[in-house]
Design a protein around this ligand. Structure first.
Ligand code: NAP
Length: 262
């Protein structure tokens, strides 16, 4: 892994919980200055920022609903004023929505798309001017294996559709921004233990739920947030500059995806 992490400033959306939090912690260990974005969890973001500062690092908590373009622009302006130009953008903020054709309703899908897809567009548009000016940037979007449309997990069609959009946009934005020295990649996690998946399940419910995914994974387990963060940090590294337009699957080898079977 690279040792060359000088003068790096990262914005991690949804940075106070789950995969975003693990990413913030790993980037902080490389000495990266962190803008930790939150929407509904200001206390968690402030606490994490204070922990990083107490350990000698640089971090601030910055609020914005990524679905709101004006709020994202204001957040980026504040982060850059306090920390310097953003060199790393991790688009991790996301929500899930369990819905089928029977239960679909337009407001639910609109909100899902506003956060998972529009959010990615808003943040990239907000950081790209300063990245272009410096001819340098690392953008990592957090997608999902659901976005490949080949997993066997039922009930998340519309979430999967937003992640498919993220995969396509990752490749298309890489094409647009590469000439400016900016790489754009995505990480597609398989089932990972976080509030999104463990949520309000009891220990027994989580055991049964996660075991079903572990059984179809080559590595025999589900993901931890640190597993996903390591891949994000790899793609965000200064010396990852020859990797772009890629969607990296991090799922322990899910066989329902690879084998199109159970
Ligand atoms: P999580 O524990 O539920 O955390 C979600 C994060 O997103 C929170 O920090 C939350 O911040 C933030 N967020 C949600 N809506 C937001 C908004 N409108 N604006 C700004 N931030 C917002 O979920 P996670 O599992 O870590 O998921 C992180 C990413 O990984 C998501 O994009 C998810 O789709 C993807 N993913 C997860 C899994 C999995 O199995 N866990 C698998 C594949 C992909 P606040 O609390 O401050 O609102």
């Amino acid at each position: 892994m690279t040792e060359n992490w000088t003068n790096q400033v990262a914005l991690v959306t949804g940075g106070s919980r789950g995969i975003g939090r693990a990413t913030v912690q790993q980037l902080a260990r490389h000495g990266v200055a962190l803008a930790i974005n939150y929407s509904a969890s200001p206390d968690k973001a402030e606490t994490l920022a204070a922990e990083i500062r107490a350990a000698g690092g640089k971090a601030i908590a910055v609020g914005a609903d990524v679905a709101n373009a004006a709020a994202v622009e204001a957040m980026v302006a504040r982060a850059e004023a306090e920390l310097g130009p953003i060199t790393i953008l991790v688009n991790n903020a996301g929500i899930s929505w369990a819905a089928t054709l029977e239960t679909w309703e337009p407001e639910g899908f609109a909100r899902l798309r506003a956060v998972n897809t529009d959010g990615v567009i808003h943040t990239i548009r907000a950081v790209m001017a300063s990245m272009k000016a410096r001819r340098y940037g690392r953008i990592v979007n957090v997608s999902s294996v659901a976005g490949f449309g080949t997993t066997g997990f039922a009930g998340n069609h519309f979430y999967a559709a937003t992640k498919a959009e993220v995969n396509i946009l990752t490749r298309r934005f890489a094409l647009e921004l590469g000439q400016h020295g900016i790489t754009v990649n995505a990480v597609a996690p398989g089932l990972t233990r976080s509030d999104m998946t463990e949520g309000t399940k009891s220990a027994a419910e989580w055991e049964a739920f996660s075991a079903a995914f572990a059984r179809v994974a080559i590595m025999g387990r589900v993901g931890e947030t640190s597993d996903i963060a390591r891949a994000i940090v790899f793609l965000a590294a200064p010396d990852a500059g020859f990797i772009t337009a890629q969607v990296l699957t991090v799922d322990g080898g899910r066989m329902d995806f690879i084998g199109h079977g159970g």
